[in-house]
Design a protein around this ligand. Structure first.
Ligand code: SF4
Length: 196
C-alpha cells in the first residue's frame, strides 16, 4: 500500500539526522501532492516559510509555481507531487552542498520509486545537479527533454529565478507547453488547460 509506505517514509524523513541540515531546521519538509500523480515537480530545498509550515513551495516562489502549474492544468491537490532535493532548510537559504544533496537523495529516490511518475519537472540547477548531472548547467539544458530511468524529464528555471528576473517567465512557459504536450501524449490525451 503506497499510503502506508509514504507514512513510513514521511516519519523517517521527519526524524532524520543524517546530515548537518537537521541542526537548524524547524521541521523536515517531506513533499506534498497526489502520491499517484503522473507528474512530479522537484525543487531545491525548503526556504524559511516551508521550514515553518512543513510544506514545500509555500512562499512567494511556491505561489508562482502554483500559478504556472495551474495555467497548465496541474495542481498539487489533483495531479502533481512536489518534493525537493534536500528535505531540510539550508541555513540562510544557501545552496545545499554536494554532500548534503547526496546524503538526502535516497529519500527522493524512494519517493520517485513509490510515485512512479511518467514526467518529472526539475526546477533549477540544484535539482538538475542533484538528480541527473552534478556538472549540469540549467541554462544549457532547460527546455530539452531528458530520459532518466525511463522517466521523461524536463529541466527548467526555478520560480525564485523568475522572481529575480521576470524575463525568464517566457522560457518557462515554453517549457510548460512541452510538458503539457508530453502529458497529453503519454498520460492523458484529454488533459485540460485553459491556456494551452
Ligand atoms: S536534509 Fe535530508 S539527509 Fe539531511 S537531515 Fe534533512 S532529511 Fe536528513
Amino acid at each position: 500500500m503506497i499510503e502506508k509506505q509514504f507514512q513510513r517514509l514521511t516519519h523517517e524523513v521527519r526524524s532524520c539526522v543524517r546530515c548537518d541540515l537537521h541542526q537548524q531546521r524547524t521541521q523536515a519538509v517531506f513533499g506534498t501532492g497526489n502520491p499517484f500523480a503522473e507528474l512530479m515537480v522537484i525543487g531545491e530545498g525548503p526556504g524559511e516559510e516551508e521550514d515553518k509550515q512543513g510544506l514545500p513551495f509555500v512562499g512567494k516562489s511556491g505561489q508562482l509555481l502554483d500559478k504556472i502549474l495551474g495555467a497548465a492544468g496541474f495542481s498539487r491537490q489533483e495531479n502533481v507531487f512536489i518534493a525537493n532535493i534536500v528535505k531540510c532548510r539550508p541555513p540562510a537559504n544557501r545552496e545545499p552542498t554536494p554532500e548534503e544533496r547526496s546524503t538526502c537523495l535516497p529519500f527522493l529516490l524512494l519517493q520517485i520509486e513509490l510515485i512512479q511518475p511518467s514526467i518529472i519537472i526539475l526546477l533549477g540547477s540544484t535539482a538538475l545537479k542533484g538528480l541527473i548531472d552534478p556538472d549540469g548547467k540549467i541554462t544549457q539544458v532547460r527546455g530539452k527533454w531528458m530520459e532518466w530511468n525511463h522517466i521523461q524529464v524536463m529541466p527548467t528555471f526555478h520560480p525564485s529565478a523568475l522572481l529575480r528576473n521576470p524575463e525568464l517567465k517566457k522560457e518557462v512557459w515554453e517549457d510548460m507547453k512541452l510538458v503539457v504536450q508530453k502529458y497529453r501524449e503519454i498520460v492523458d490525451p484529454k488533459h485540460h488547460s485553459d491556456h494551452l
